[in-house]
Ligand binder design. Sequence first.
Ligand code: GDP
Ligand code: ZN
Length: 356
Amino acid sequence: MEDMDVSLLCAARGRLKKERVSIITGDQVEIEEVDSVKGTAVVSARLERKNLLSRPQIANVDQVVIVQAIHQPEWNALWCDRYVVHFQLELPSSKPVLCFNKSDLAEKADIETLRSIYEPLGYSVIFVSAMTGQGMDRVAELLDRKVSVLAGPSGVGKSSLLNFLEPSLHLKVGVMENEFGVGRHTTTYSELYTVGFHNPSLHIGQDGKRHHTWVADTPGFNLSELKHPEPALVFWQFPEIAELAPDCKFANCLHLVEIGCKVLSNLESISADRYDSYVTIVAEAQEGEKLLRETSQKVEASVKVVGGRKDKARHVPKLSGRYRAESRRTQRQSMTEAELEAEIEKEQEMERDLED
Ligand code: GDP
Ligand code: ZN
């Protein structure tokens, strides 16, 4: 079919709902009953997904660009590495790109320091300024014809970068939240914007056909929203530790305290900030695992049946308040794709129930 740039308001076929096929941001679908006057259509099928991220909830992602500010807010090594680990787990098929914004506020030495931490580890690192436009041609090149997720804490300039690439978006800029973006309403859904309409080189390929460049902006994360591997597997997320760890003589070593540990005896080859991040992220992974274990014990202890809509009574774990909030988050982290799919469907069903 011809490529067209149209927006249609679509409803999913009832059959899809019955078969629990969820449609989320980034999904490619087949549509029928296109009404070009009303601008509506019906989604009849969802095409196979290439991948599925749980946070942000988005399908068919080509790459993640982690956006960090060098100053204002001050760059934070631990948070940077938390984002890196989270997105390596979310999208193992591609290494996240590190995009340092607000270069206009940085000294040359700041830039060289950041470059020297991440480039030798195999990450692509780009320095930009959404204010002066510096480095933006590289960003445009990087995003060209792909589906990308822009991720980073609030205030680092994600909306400013998107506005630079596509001024017609008019995204709100400078709505700063507190440091961790806590306490605001975060939604699990994100929106994909198509960028580059004003820039034909971004939109029309060498074959003369129109191509789309899609970018999703995502809100910052809370600590509890981050994905963790098992504690003993965290080292795989740190290339410089993964290089040493397989030669460690201790089985299941966390590379934290054992005398004679291969990683500890080569600490001088690892950046101090990076090793600190590793230590913290292992501790967070242990905490997450503990919570998960406690929660599943509680779940076994008490299950209640609640009446949903007709003949739809469900077995729901009875949890004390403390566990209730944490359990969904921690469970989400260890979900398989099928489980995540079911979870998404459940959320959508609950939303529909509320609407009814
Ligand atoms: P977001 O929360 O990540 O979307 O960040 P915003 O795009 O809302 O930007 C937060 C603040 O940083 C705003 O006041 C912007 O004007 C400012 N800002 C964004 N990019 C730059 C930049 O490259 N240099 C400087 N100096 N300020 C920037
Ligand atoms: Zn070790």
